[in-house]
Ligand binder design. Structure first.
Ligand SMILES: Cc1cc2nc3c(=O)[nH]c(=O)nc-3n(C[C@H](O)[C@H](O)[C@H](O)COP(=O)(O)OP(=O)(O)OC[C@H]3O[C@@H](n4cnc5c(N)ncnc54)[C@H](O)[C@@H]3O)c2cc1C
Length: 453
């Protein structure tokens, strides 16, 4: 019996499984789709995600697929420069999401079980029973990373407050039989308008359209080449001719977040826990950081060494971060509304973003680099994660009894770094307190399940 079941082999589920496996646990990922998807929703990795993947040795396999290093992110289409941010990776990587997922999946010990859609979940004091692909699976815990339409969320009746979609959009990858004049052939930041065309590899282009026709059509209406042709002609004129539509999907700007990320022995992560308009490119970043935050806490809880309440700091730390992204994406969507008053607000905001301090504050937020948690200092930019998911103590002597949970390294600037890369002690008194607070006493508590449900 695995220690943990993970529902969903998207980037969030896969990284959660990776984190748990490197901490020595047995994990089984249950994925609905029979074969890995070839379609990428996200096309960008924010700097904090790049750091996290690099620290885990996962970036090397992604690098051959990187199509661009963009020295900026954007806020509602306004470029936000990253070049002065303190990171080894002051840029967004332009890379299709499938390559990120494939790089993580290739490093899992236990292969993903595909064609295994979760259809039922029950839990008791000792574990969870999950029906997937018509078979029952049992484990101590379930991580629900089954995406924005999460079945697990529905099965548990978990409150998912927010607002429904007001705008309908279509994302499509297609070839062009004729290109509009002046079409940029390099990878650029997506413009704000409907019908931008971004060159992918192999002669494919990515577009997102959200004109009047998309607002009229129902969510289940198939996307046709004719619909895309009309939208692209409206954006670029008669010179553009759609060739083959390779993939198309409708999506909306619904903005919702789970009230609680933990429901007993079920923990939610990624799009299963929060949905928003993908403007600014923050969804994938959020999911990967959820996984990095949850993995080591759940592993310590299962080993029985976690300090009291550690697992509940997952909700405590990650819920506010996604709540802030929901605020940011809603604000960015308003700035893009084709209305004179929204245009006026946009003009004011663009003026503010020209002020270096304001631009930097927004850059830190969108890049994920500015993230800190209550009672935790900022991330350690130069301390790669330990391969086995232990915390890392740099430049200080480790008191006896912690070596199973802390790797020690020589180096200047004493720091204790959590397994997810955040500094919880930076010299002076308080090392033992920090060890106790984040890593527990090291005396396994039989049957420990963390505190809340
Ligand atoms: C058009 C578009 C563009 C985007 N662009 C960006 C961007 O540039 N940058 C960015 O950061 N984010 C972007 N995003 C958001 C990003 O793609 C998501 O946030 C990201 O995919 C979330 O990953 P996830 O693993 O949580 O969920 P998903 O990627 O949705 O993965 C969920 C997985 O669960 C599986 N599943 C579903 N139901 C079940 C079930 N019942 N049982 C088992 N498995 C199940 C699915 O098949 C899937 O494999 C974009 C989103 C869209 C729609």
């Amino acid at each position: 019996m695995p220690d943990v079941l993970v529902a969903g082999a998207g980037p969030t589920g896969l990284l959660t499984a990776f984190e748990l496996e490197r901490a020595g646990l047995d994990v089984l990922v249950l994925e609905r789709d029979a074969v890995p998807t070839t379609q990428s929703k996200a096309l960008g990795l924010q700097p904090r995600s790049v750091e996290l993947l690099a620290d885990r040795g996962l970036l090397t396999a992604i690098e051959p697929h990187v199509q661009a290093k963009l020295p900026a992110g954007h806020f509602s289409g306004v470029p936000i420069g990253y070049s002065d941010l303190s990171t080894r990776f002051p840029y967004q990587l332009g890379v299709e999401q499938v390559h990120v997922a494939a790089a993580i999946e290739a490093r899992l010990r236990t292969p993903v079980l595909r064609g295994a859609a979760v259809t039922a979940v029950t839990q008791d004091d000792d574990g969870v029973t999950v029906t997937a692909g018509g078979r029952e699976h049992r484990a101590g815990w379930l991580v629900a990373a089954d995406g924005g339409h999460s079945t697990v969320r529905t099965l548990l009746g978990a409150a998912f407050p927010g607002r429904p979609a007001r705008v309908s959009l279509v994302v499509a990858d297609l070839t062009l039989a004729a290109k509009p004049a002046g079409l940029a052939e390099d990878w650029q930041l997506p413009s704000q308008g409907s019908g931008y065309l971004l060159p992918l590899s192999g002669g494919r282009y990515r577009t997102v359209v959200f004109g009047e026709e998309q607002q009229r059509l129902g969510r289940d209406e198939p996307v046709t080449a004719g619909e895309l042709q009309r939208a692209l002609t409206a954006a670029h004129g008669p010179g553009v001719v759609v060739g083959e539509v390779l993939w198309a999907s409708r999506f909306g700007d619904a903005s919702r977040q789970l009230e609680r990320y933990r429901h007993g022995r079920v923990l939610f992560a990624g799009d299963a826990a929060h949905i928003h308009l993908p403007v600014g490119g923050q969804g994938l970043n959020l999911g990967l950081q959820d996984a990095a935050n949850l993995g080591w806490k759940l592993a310590a809880t299962i080993r029985g060494t976690a300090p009291s309440g550690l697992l509940d700091t997952y909700h405590g730390e990650r819920h506010p971060v996604a709540a802030r992204v929901l605020v940011s994406t809603r604000a960015q969507a308003v700035l893009g509304v084709p209305d004179p008053d929204a245009a006026a607000v946009r003009e004011v905001v663009m003026g503010l973003l020209a002020v270096p301090e304001a631009r930097r504050a927004v850059a830190m937020e969108i890049s994920g680099l500015g993230l800190t948690y209550p009672g935790v200092a900022e991330r350690a930019t130069d301390v790669p994660a330990a391969p086995d998911g232990r915390a890392v103590l740099v430049g200080a002597a480790l008191p006896p009894g912690w070596a199973d949970r802390v790797e020690t390294r020589a180096g200047a600037g004493p720091r204790l770094v959590r397994p997810d890369g955040y500094v919880v002690w930076a010299g002076g008194p308080g090392l033992e307190e920090a060890l106790l607070r984040w890593l527990g006493t090291g005396r396994p508590v039989v049957g420990a399940t963390g505190s809340a449900s």
